[in-house]
Structure formats: structure tokens, C-alpha cells
Design a binder for this molecule. Structure first.
Ligand SMILES: C[S@@+](CC[C@H](N)C(=O)[O-])C[C@H]1O[C@@H](n2cnc3c(N)ncnc32)[C@H](O)[C@@H]1O
Length: 352
């Protein structure tokens, strides 16, 4: 193919692709609508392909508008359409639609509702202001909501509950991948402190998989005050910049990416104080971005997550291997290694 032909093809593709940016939100909104109406739950419980008329009456929806939402999601392979008989088709579940079931094993419903709700959507409007270099550059979240995300969550219990449930969704997937892909990291760990552990979803799964572990779920006081109680997990409230409860190992999942290097170094130094010098370790579960390399489908999620950190947190960011190395060495860790797992995140094991 000549250069001219390539250019014409690229231009034709661009004319189509640009519509994804014009109407990309329609897909997010359709999925949000599906979660709010409980579409995936009803189709899953029906047990066989469900006709539109029955779906509409079960959900008390207007059939033609429901059909239009379903058509978009079937196109996106969120639901399947399968024959019921020669003349009728019905909707069936897929692995993707099961992610929309509220409270389901692999549910991401709360995370989608969090990110597509007004509090987390509004900050995106100030992304360009954030990217500009200015002296007084406050985070898009604060511009939109008047407070940083942690103070906002403290003042708004409903938002805090949604945030913790959303993190719980992600934790279920990432912790399962950690248990499968890196179980050896928990060998010999009798007590484990999960820093920024939220509603203790991660620790509950870890103590179940590794029953010799006693867990300490450490988070801000208003978060642990409403965290579920259990025999093998102690909830402790505090501020990780001040002091962290002692344990054989410290676990930090999706916490350091909320902070800049200087803040991460402070947190990691507090972790060092909390673990034994000889056999202690810090287990970090975070994305490790590729450096100047074409990224795959999973890598793109890391890039989107990084952009979300710019919108939602004060100074958070995802990091490359080189950037992790800098932060860990500055915090006094002499060695570390990275193990990729079946997730956007990898497991980084750091030793004093
Ligand atoms: C992005 S969430 C991650 C939650 C959980 N680790 C997970 O991956 O599902 C970050 C957590 O850090 C907690 N956090 C924020 N500031 C903190 C502080 N100063 N001390 C302790 N925890 C803090 C938040 O309340 C929140 O639960």
C-alpha cells in the first residue's frame, strides 16, 4: 500500500473514531442506567433468554426505550441476544453483564456508580486547568467539590460508603489475582497491617486464603468506624502520615498512587518503622506503567487510572518501574522486586 493510500485510510478511520469521543459517554451512561435499574440482576435470575416484554414488565420500563438501551449494550457484547423460538429472541447474561450485578462476586457496579456519579464526574471538567502550569493549582476534585476527596468523604457518609464499596469491588478482583499469582509473599507473615484498608475487603480475603494471618485494618477513623467487625481482623483508626500499627508485614494496595513522591516516601518510612528490620516487608499492589512502550489492553487501563488520579486526587499518579525504584530507595528500602499478576496492578515486595 502506498503512503497516499495509508493516509486516506487513516483519515477515513479518524472520521469514524472521533465519534467515540463525541458520544463515548453514552456507553458509560447506558451501563450506569443498567446498574440503577438492575437489568443484569433480572436477566441473570431469569435463567434463560429473557424476552424484551418480560424484561420491561419486570423492571417497569417503557419497552421501546429499554430496547434502545439494550441494543447499544448488546452491540458492546455486554448482553447476548439468543433465540427463544423461531420468531423471538431474548437477552442473556455474559461475563461482562455479571460485573454489573449489584453485590455479585465479580461486581464492579459500585465502582461504575462512583466514577459516573456527579461527585467524581465533575472534577474531569477541570482537567485542562490542572494540566496548566500555575502557582495556585488545586486539584480538580477540590475545585468541583470544595474539599479534597478524603475530607469530602469524611463529611459525606453516603459518598464514603459508595467509595468504600467501590474499592471493595476492585479489591475482590485484585486480591484474588494476588492470592493466585503471588501466594509466597504471605509465607511466614503472622500479622499483616493493611494501610488504607477501607472496609477490610482485601484483608477478609487474605485471612481466608492464608488462615495463619491476623489482620489489622488501618484507615482513617471515620472509615474504620463503619468497617465490618470480625474475629481475625482488628480495625484501627489513625493517620498513616503519623504512625502505623506494628506488624510482620505492611500491605498497601491502591494507596501510594493517591500521593506524590514526597508523601509516598513519608508513608513508606512509617511502614519501615512498623515492620521488623530483619524479616519485615512491605507488599505494595499497584500499577507499574510501561516506559515509552506501546501498551496492551491492560496497560491502557493503567494510563486511564493515572489520568483519573490527576482528576480525583491532589497529587496522585501511577508510576513506572524507575519511579517506583526512586520512591522505594528514598524511603530506605534496600531491595525490591516486582511480580506481575492477572490484574492492572503488580505485586511489589520491598525489604528494609
Ligand atoms: C484508593 S483507597 C484504597 C482502598 C483499599 N486499599 C483498596 O485498594 O481497595 C485509599 C484509602 O486510603 C485511606 N486513607 C487516605 N488518607 C489516609 C491517611 N492519612 N491515613 C490512613 N488511611 C488513609 C482512604 O480512606 C482509603 O480507604
Amino acid at each position: 500500500m502506498g503512503d497516499m493510500e495509508v493516509t486516506i485510510k487513516e483519515e477515513a478511520r479518524a472520521e469514524i473514531k472521533i465519534w467515540n469521543y463525541v458520544f463515548g459517554y453514552a456507553k458509560i451512561a447506558a451501563v450506569k442506567c443498567a446498574i440503577e435499574l438492575g437489568i443484569a440482576d433480572v436477566i441473570e435470575n431469569y435463567g434463560s433468554p429473557m424476552p424484551l416484554s418480560e424484561l420491561a414488565s419486570a423492571l417497569r420500563c417503557e419497552p421501546s426505550r429499554l430496547h434502545r438501551i439494550m441494543r447499544l449494550m448488546v452491540h458492546d457484547r455486554i448482553f447476548k441476544q439468543e433465540p427463544i423460538n423461531q420468531h423471538t429472541v431474548g437477552f442473556s447474561s455474559t461475563p461482562l453483564s455479571r460485573c454489573l450485578i449489584k453485590g455479585g462476586e465479580k461486581s464492579m457496579a459500585a465502582f461504575i456508580l462512583l466514577m459516573s456519579g456527579p461527585t467524581c464526574l465533575a472534577p474531569w471538567h477541570s482537567l485542562s486547568a490542572r494540566v496548566l502550569e500555575t502557582d495556585h493549582n488545586i486539584s480538580p476534585f477540590e475545585v468541583a467539590n470544595g474539599k479534597d476527596i478524603w475530607s469530602y468523604a469524611e463529611a459525606n457518609p453516603d459518598f464514603s460508603e459508595l467509595f468504600n464499596n467501590a474499592m471493595g469491588c476492585k479489591a475482590r478482583l485484585t486480591v484474588q489475582a494476588t492470592i493466585e499469582g503471588c501466594p509466597e509473599v504471605f509465607d511466614g507473615v503472622e500479622n499483616l497491617v493493611d494501610i488504607g484498608g477501607g472496609n477490610a475487603t482485601a484483608l477478609s480475603l487474605l485471612v481466608k486464603a492464608f488462615p495463619w494471618i491476623r489482620g489489622i485494618n488501618f484507615d482513617l477513623p471515620h472509615v474504620v468506624a463503619v468497617a465490618p467487625k470480625s474475629d481475625s481482623i482488628e480495625n484501627v483508626g489513625g493517620d498513616m502520615f503519623m504512625s502505623i500499627p506494628n506488624a510482620d508485614a505492611a500491605f498497601l494496595m491502591s494507596v501510594l498512587h493517591d500521593w506524590d513522591d514526597e508523601e509516598c516516601i513519608k508513608i513508606l518510612k512509617k511502614c519501615r518503622e512498623a515492620i521488623p528490620e530483619d524479616k519485615g516487608k512491605v507488599i505494595i499492589v499497584e500499577a507499574v506503567l510501561e516506559e515509552d512502550k506501546e501498551v496492551d489492553e491492560v496497560g491502557v487501563v493503567g494510563l486511564m487510572l493515572d489520568t483519573a488520579m490527576m482528576a480525583i486526587t491532589n497529587k496522585g499518579e501511577e508510576r513506572t518501574l524507575k519511579e517506583w525504584s526512586y520512591v522505594l530507595r528514598q524511603s530506605g528500602f534496600t531491595r525490591f522486586n516486582v511480580k506481575p499478576i492477572r490484574a492492572v496492578q503488580s505485586v511489589i515486595k520491598a525489604y528494609p
